[in-house]
Write a new protein. Structure first.
Length: 249
């Protein structure tokens, strides 16, 4: 198995000590499925004060990330490497979703650039392959977005998740939301686990889960149903789900 390498350019490398040293990311690193390297942008600055930002030309509030440290860092990281995708964490980028996570998981090497302040000097965009956004909102910096992206895509790497079916049945894997889940106890504050899940009949259980997945999508994200090609069986289950919702079930 080839190890995926992810380089992260940031003004705050310590930010990642929490999210990258626990849970699934920690396991992926331990199994050598991913090689995550943090790079402090200030170490690529040209002056003794390690200045990485400056006031914007033309005036205005805030600061702008200087081009020299960024380009110097990107040049160093790309030297001798041909297949490296450089992503800028930016609210102006394409919205990150399941499809993009799957796509990025297939790249052998990524560089994630964490933006800050009012953004970075526009001239640096020549060294950027793609801008990526978590949504239509602004964060204090690109670090949270980079952490989310790494966490999301490493789940697709071989050997990271013990049960591959766990990944394949997640929300959005087939374009639909996931079905409800239950565990012990069977009865909690008067609420019982659906009887079908206790039946031991795998065909019935699978049918129930498909219908509940369609029902959840219909209620929470009906827009997804417009983009998914349903089988004849799934269309029937969707009709059943609609009837149950109308009847308050």
């Amino acid at each position: 198995m080839r190890t995926k390498r992810i380089d992260i350019l940031t003004l705050f490398p310590d930010y990642f000590q929490g999210p990258f040293t626990v849970s699934m990311v920690k396991r992926a690193v331990a199994k050598k499925a991913v090689d995550i390297r943090l790079h402090d942008l200030r170490k690529y600055a040209n002056d003794k004060h390690n200045t990485a930002d400056d006031v914007p030309y033309g005036g205005g509030a805030g600061m702008v990330m200087k081009p020299e440290p960024l380009v110097k860092a990107l040049t160093a990281l790309k030297k001798g490497r041909k297949k490296v995708k450089t992503l800028l964490m930016s609210p102006q980028g394409k919205k990150f979703d399941h499809a993009m996570a799957l796509e990025l998981s297939r790249e052998s090497a990524l560089i994630l650039v964490c933006g800050h302040y009012e953004g970075l000097d526009e001239r640096v965009m020549k060294w950027i392959d793609r801008e990526v956004s978590l949504g239509d909102f602004v964060l204090t910096g690109g670090e949270p977005a980079a952490a989310v992206i790494v966490d999301s895509l490493i789940r697709f790497l071989p050997g990271v998740v013990g049960d591959r079916q766990s990944v394949e049945k997640d929300s959005f894997f087939n374009g639909l939301l996931d079905h409800p889940h239950y565990t012990r106890p069977r009865l909690f504050k008067g609420m019982a686990v659906p009887e079908v899940l206790l039946s031991g009949n795998h065909a019935r259980i699978e049918g129930w889960r498909k219908k509940e997945s369609l029902k959840a999508t219909l209620v929470k994200r009906p827009d997804l149903l417009e983009q998914v090609k349903l089988t004849q069986e799934e269309r029937k289950l969707l009709d059943d789900a609609k009837k149950e919702l109308e009847e308050g079930l």
